[in-house]
Design a protein around this ligand. Structure first.
Ligand code: UDP
Ligand code: MG
Length: 334
């Protein structure tokens, strides 16, 4: 049963919860997402707001955002001037929140909105960050699961800040944590890392991630590789140190091999086979050098992007609808 609000001036109270939903070409499923989110929020006694960030959708998502049925929550719409990517869309949402707690939710219903009350409970019990860990990745291929697992291993080896494994962007953060994240000046924003960076009291809840309700994922393996490199390069310089160690190890091996060749020739009188050993050494060294150069390039490229100081996103249009009474909201949905 849905509870009605016992206090008459819900709209005059400060906002408790802000839910940020990045939207990119989600026209097909947006109405359903809105329905499920508002059903959960309408049943809460707290004043809430939903922030839809349209990340330059090519379909009718933005029109839909503006015409979604009213609910007891405030509806805020932000339309970015083009597709800046999910990280930028989330940053845009985070810098517009007014709530004391903030939840990030995907528009495709892979993160069930029905878990919001549990997350709020954990926050009320003192958690600053409530991480939502995926128990099962339903609807994802074994290859995606394997590469995701490998990524978290590399990421956590490289990064000084532990990045919780299998925790996506779906999480709750207190206002204090969000304020700290908003103050971080970097433009290259790997959000899963930035969310973990402030620390504070973290609690992890487990949940089963549903398959996408409708539509297709906006990611492909090329994008995911770039995203993984972003994560690693923006959180650690350990790979550069690895390149140094590789160099040292190769030089040391070359020295040992050289000594072995000298001993074999002088003591045992063996003829050194030239071509194969030369090729192996050259290819190995060439490969390591190119890899190290590529690594330096990855970091240098990011320095260039940071130095430019361009904004992470541009807002083309914004909309705001105040929440209506819970009863009116229920009536509108009937
Ligand atoms: N998204 C976005 N901008 C993009 C790509 C995706 O705002 O450039 C949004 C998308 O609408 C969805 C969320 O980010 O709400 C997650 O995207 P998706 O479901 O495609 O990713 P996956 O769940 O497959 O990782
Ligand atoms: Mg998804």
């Amino acid at each position: 049963m849905l509870k009605t609000n016992p206090q008459p001036h819900r709209r005059e109270r400060p906002i408790t919860l802000s839910v940020i939903i990045p939207v990119f070409n989600e026209g097909e499923g947006l109405a359903l997402t809105h329905q499920r989110v508002t059903r959960v929020l309408d049943a809460l006694p707290d004043r809430c707001e939903i922030i839809y960030v349209d990340d330059g959708s090519k379909d009718d998502s933005w029109c839909l955002v503006q015409s979604l049925p009213g609910s007891s929550s405030d509806h805020v719409g932000l339309s970015l001037s083009r597709n800046f990517g999910k990280e930028a869309a989330m940053s845009a949402g985070l810098s517009h929140v007014r709530g004391q707690a903030v939840i990030l939710l995907d528009a495709d219903l892979q993160d069930p909105p029905e878990l919001i009350p549990r997350m709020l409970d954990a926050w009320r019990e003192g958690a600053d960050v409530v991480n939502m860990k995926r128990r099962a990745r339903l609807g994802e291929s074994w290859f995606k699961k394997l590469t995701a697992g490998a990524f978290y291993k590399v990421m956590n080896w490289a990064s000084d800040v532990p990045i919780p494994e299998n925790v996506g962007d779906f999480r709750l953060m207190s206002r204090q944590v969000v304020d700290h994240i908003n103050q971080l000046p970097e433009r290259n924003r790997y959000m899963k890392g930035l969310f973990a960076w402030p620390g504070f009291k973290q609690v992890t809840l487990e949940f089963d991630r549903d398959p996408r309700a409708v539509g297709v994922t906006k990611w492909n393996y090329g994008k995911l590789f770039g995203f993984a490199m972003d994560g690693i390069a923006s959180f650690s310089i350990r790979p550069l140190r690895l390149a140094t160690w590789c160099g040292l190890l190769t030089a040391f091996s070359a020295f040992v091999y050289g000594m072995a060749v000298v001993v074999k020739t002088l003591v045992f009188g063996e003829v050194v086979s030239g071509y194969p050993s030369m090729m192996v050494v050259q290819l190995l060294l060439g490969g390591i050098q190119l890899l190290a150069l590529g690594l330096i390039g990855e970091y240098l490229g990011r320095v260039v992007m940071e130095v430019k100081q361009r904004p992470q996103y541009l807002i083309r249009e914004a909309s705001h609808n105040d929440g209506v009474d819970t009863l009116v909201a229920l009536e509108a949905r009937r």
